[in-house]
Design a protein around this ligand. Structure first.
Ligand code: 13P
Ligand code: SF4
Length: 400
């Protein structure tokens, strides 16, 4: 096949926090509408040819299945658990961000890896796959508002300052960050982690008396450090809007963990009132993701990554009641796959992650049509320089 490449003029589109709430609704029905209707939500979408705007869900399903069978084993579709039903049903493998990066690193056959997830996940897959494999993100506007809270240049400046104050710091970045930040971590003896291995990553350095500078999720950083016995007053927040992060040299020298002031707009919607209501009204067990605030985490019965939540809830006793603090598409899927249990989202407002939600099935069809026509649409490619050290940081994570 003679492959050409198509890229939009602007590759990644930053997401504002206001946009994050654009898909929130009171109605419980999360079924996809035509792309033309979804364009009215007020968020930025990547432009697509007009023919995809009015296609009905049935037409899109039929066409995606047709393209999948035409492209065959050259295609591998990865789907994150937060994807909507109409997209995840086409995934060859589903998983949380750790499992999907592992799957990408093990996939040797497929020429085209279509990532139904967000931009930093597709970048990671590109770093972990071979040069000949092309990683495609169906909609380039599918970023992550948390990752956008840590622009690479700001993190580089902050790291330079902190390491000039104390040479005992190691940089660790959450997977939800740019490849440039992963590269900085690889170059400076640090690594990447996800919510399923943050404790192992922190332990690796804390055991040898190192200090940690963690980007960009303050909540995962704080929850992990506290769970490992670090005191709250030994954890300091780096505020990127203040000179030197708003910290004095003494504070940087005396802290054990610095956390970047970033957060996930989806997981910080959960609060203690919701937990109390679920416990009082339904006697529910509470399970939440570690991107939630520490107040929420410490009032919950279980805390863990997306894959952990699935595992605990799926393997719980028939008849059990679960109030869950994570993304709504996953909660709804767990509820429908476990009809013998009472499973509900802690937040009464139905609020999908607005960036994950931008992978509408019409975008998936668009990139598959491209492959069929010999055109790679929306390839995510990390430059050679950045690739080297970010691979070092990712390999250190995979070895944990
Ligand atoms: P995990 O998939 O690692 O649980 O992370 C959740 C998330 O917010 C992905 O962006
Ligand atoms: Fe980013 Fe939060 Fe959405 Fe994950 S759930 S992609 S951290 S905004």
């Amino acid at each position: 096949m003679n492959i050409k490449s198509y890229q939009p003029r602007k590759l990644s589109i930053p997401v504002t926090e206001l946009e994050q709430a654009s898909f929130c609704q009171l109605d419980d029905n999360l079924r996809s509408k035509t792309l033309e209707e979804e364009f009215k939500s007020g968020v930025k979408w990547q432009k697509v040819p007009n023919r995809y705007l009015k296609m009905s869900p049935e037409e899109i399903d039929f066409e995606i299945n047709r393209m999948k069978s035409i492209i065959g084993s050259k295609l591998y579709i990865l789907g994150h658990h937060y994807q909507r039903e109409e997209v995840i049903k086409f995934a060859d493998t589903t998983g949380d961000s750790f499992k999907l990066s592992l799957e990408a690193s093990r996939e040797k056959e497929a020429q085209f890896i279509v990532f139904c997830g967000v931009h930093f996940m597709a970048e990671t897959a590109d770093i972990l796959t071979s040069k000949d494999q092309k990683v495609i993100l169906p909609n380039m506007a599918a970023g992550c508002s948390m990752a956008d809270m840590a622009p690479s240049e700001d993190v580089e400046d902050a790291w330079e300052f902190v390491s000039s104050v104390s040479d005992n710091y190691v940089p660790i970045t959450y997977m939800n960050s740019t490849a440039a930040i992963k590269s900085l971590c690889g170059e400076n003896g640090g690594l990447v982690c996800t919510s399923s291995n943050a404790d192992k990553a922190f332990t690796k350095y804390l055991e040898s008396d190192k200090k940690i500078f963690f980007f960009p999720d303050q909540h995962l950083g704080r929850n992990t450090a506290l769970s490992l016995g670090i005191n709250l007053d030994e954890i300091k927040v780096w505020n990127p809007f203040k000179l030197n992060g708003g910290l004095s040299e003494i504070e940087i020298k005396s802290a054990k963990v610095l956390v970047w002031q970033g957060h996930c707009s989806v997981h910080t919607r959960f609060n203690v009132d919701q937990i109390e209501m679920a416990k009082n009204d339904k006697n529910a067990k509470i399970i939440v993701h570690p991107e939630c605030t520490n107040e929420v985490v410490s009032n919950s019965d279980y805390v863990g990554s997306t894959e952990y939540i699935i595992d605990v809830v799926t393997n719980s006793k028939s008849g059990s009641v679960w109030g869950i603090g994570t993304e709504i598409n996953l909660v709804k899927r767990l509820a429908s796959e476990n009809p013998d249990k009472d499973i509900f989202c802690l937040d009464p407002i139905v609020c999908p992650c607005a960036t994950m939600y931008r992978i509408h099935p019409a975008y998936l069809l668009w990139v598959l049509d491209g492959i069929g026509a010999g055109l790679v649409i929306n390839q995510v490619e990390v430059d050679f320089e950045t690739r080297i050290n970010s691979k070092v940081a990712l390999d250190r994570m995979l070895e944990l």
